[in-house]
Write a protein that binds this ligand. Structure first.
Ligand code: ADP
Length: 459
């Protein structure tokens, strides 16, 4: 096992990795920008090194600063967390070249799954269902128009290098295709420096269901069930749950087997996520693979009792998985709410500020992963996620009740957050019934915000 691990990240995920290291007797080296000198991860790690100024490009995204810190502090491995350099193939390669173990897949595996058109083709070749669409990239809008006519509108134009919903356009009318194709290409070039596009049929009112997988260097690949991430705002997840109300045991088994097949086809090693969309008839289609730990991983930890970060460390150290597929049982129901420093009543604009008062919920079946402490000033430079509230209970309804109780108990003073908005979602009849798809927030946001302003004016 590693002696000392550098955590190339900040915020709650840096804390999450530090905690796993501590429990495994591994020293942790935190890195921080000058804007993060007061951050909790700096205080909780064995040691902390400043790697640059506030601007992420010069600190958390600077391979040279991070590698220098790792080598100088005598680390033998680097955990990238999520975001930042976690899916950067060159960084993974550079770690290996510097004699440091990258706690994640190899650069080549990241490259293979990072090009979404190529990943799609690989899945198709290996019998994993993909959304009907193009075989690989589409060269121009004329080819896209021809294909779209064949598969039927509406279609989605997507960027091969895409992420965070960027470079993606929905096309309903053939007359708009050329314009939207050009727009998607321009956005993809601007965001990713790569204008390659591909085409998929738009699945109407789908659920976003993803499977957590673990794969070790001995060739063992297992899945840990699903997370339903259909509560999304502009393709950004806000709440996640496991198990999904939309899956029957048969569908879960079929999708789990497809997820394992997908990871095997990629020759994958590390924790990873296979994302699918599921249509109203229960057909499922691969959309992409994430080659890192995800924000919503605690939901899976709650229902499986496994520690995914410890498994990542074990895998990277060359050890076999601590469990086999037959050991995995999904117990009870878990829910996660993302608490962002954003103002839902002002278009969810980021609203960082000083945490004037903080009270975190507790009690049975409650976990809070947060970078906050009383008096902590949320930085305007980074992600607006300030806390994840996760609950576990025997049934879905009890989990919903527990989460309502937690969000009522949570107090964050100093700036607006998404906590009340999540609380309202937990009272929406369709959510309570489990009848929602990725369009839920777009369809209900106005009503939810009306509820929110009503309850604010009554206070
Ligand atoms: P990104 O990597 O940019 O986030 P994804 O391919 O993961 O893009 O898709 C983001 C979201 O868009 C999904 O969670 C899903 O809600 C929706 N989506 C993606 N592909 C399709 C599709 N073919 N049909 C319907 N919805 C889709």
């Amino acid at each position: 096992m590693f002696k000392r691990v550098l955590i190339a990240n900040r915020g709650e995920i840096a804390l999450r990795v530090i905690r796993a290291c501590q429990e495994m007797g591994i020293e942790s080296v935190a890195v921080y920008s000058t804007a993060d000198a007061d951050a909790l991860h700096v205080q909780l790690a064995t040691r902390a090194i400043c790697v640059g100024p506030a601007k992420a490009a010069d600190s958390y995204l600077s391979p040279i600063s991070l590698l220098t810190a790792a080598v100088e502090s005598g680390c033998d491995a680097i955990h990238p967390g999520y975001g930042f350099l976690s899916e950067n193939a060159e960084f993974a390669d550079l770690c290996a070249k510097s004699g440091l173990r990258f706690i994640g897949p190899t650069g080549d595996m990241i490259r293979q799954m990072g090009n979404k058109a190529a990943a799609r083709a690989l899945m198709q070749k290996n019998g994993v269902p993909v959304v009907p669409g193009s075989d690989g990239p589409v060269p121009d809008s004329a080819a896209a128009a021809q294909l779209a006519a064949a598969i039927g509108y509406p279609v989605l134009i997507k960027a091969s290098a895409g992420g965070g919903g960027r470079g993606m356009r929905r096309v309903d009318d053939p007359a708009d295709l050329e314009r939207l194709f050009d727009e998607a290409r321009a956005e993809a070039v601007a965001c990713f420096g790569d204008g390659e596009l591909y085409l998929e049929k738009l699945i109407l009112s789908p659920r976003h269901i993803e499977f957590q997988i673990l794969a070790d260097t001995q060739g063992n690949v297992i899945h840990l069930g699903e997370r339903d991430c259909s509560i999304q705002r502009k393709n950004q997840k806000l709440m996640e749950e496991s198990p999904s109300k939309a899956l029957t045991p048969e569908l879960r088994a079929a999708m789990g087997a497809a997820a394992v097949a997908a990871a095997k086809a990629a020759g994958y090693v590390n924790a990873g996520t296979i994302e699918f969309v599921v249509d109203r008839e229960g057909h499922f289609y691969f959309i992409e693979m994430n080659t890192r730990i995800q924000v919503e991983h605690p939901v899976t930890e709650m229902v499986t009792g496994l520690d995914l970060v410890k498994e990542q460390l074990r895998i990277a150290a060359g050890l076999p998985l601590s469990v086999k597929q037959e050991d995995i049982t999904l117990t009870g129901h878990a829910l996660e709410c993302r608490i962002n420093a954003e103002d839902p009543t002002r278009g969810f604009c980021p609203c960082p500020g000083k945490t004037e008062f903080l009270h975190l919920p507790g009690g049975p079946g409650v976990r809070v992963d947060t970078l906050l402490y009383n008096g902590y000033a949320v930085s305007p430079y980074y992600d607006s996620l300030v806390a994840k509230v996760i609950v576990h209970a025997p049934t879905r309804l009890e989990a919903i009740r527990r989460m309502r109780r937690c969000l009522a108990e949570l107090v964050i003073e100093g700036y607006p957050t998404t906590a009340d908005f999540c609380h309202l979602i937990l009272h929406h009849p369709d959510f309570v019934r489990g009848q929602y798809d990725t369009g839920f927030l777009a369809q209900n946001q106005e009503e939810l915000l009306r509820w929110e302003s009503q309850s604010l004016s009554e206070q």
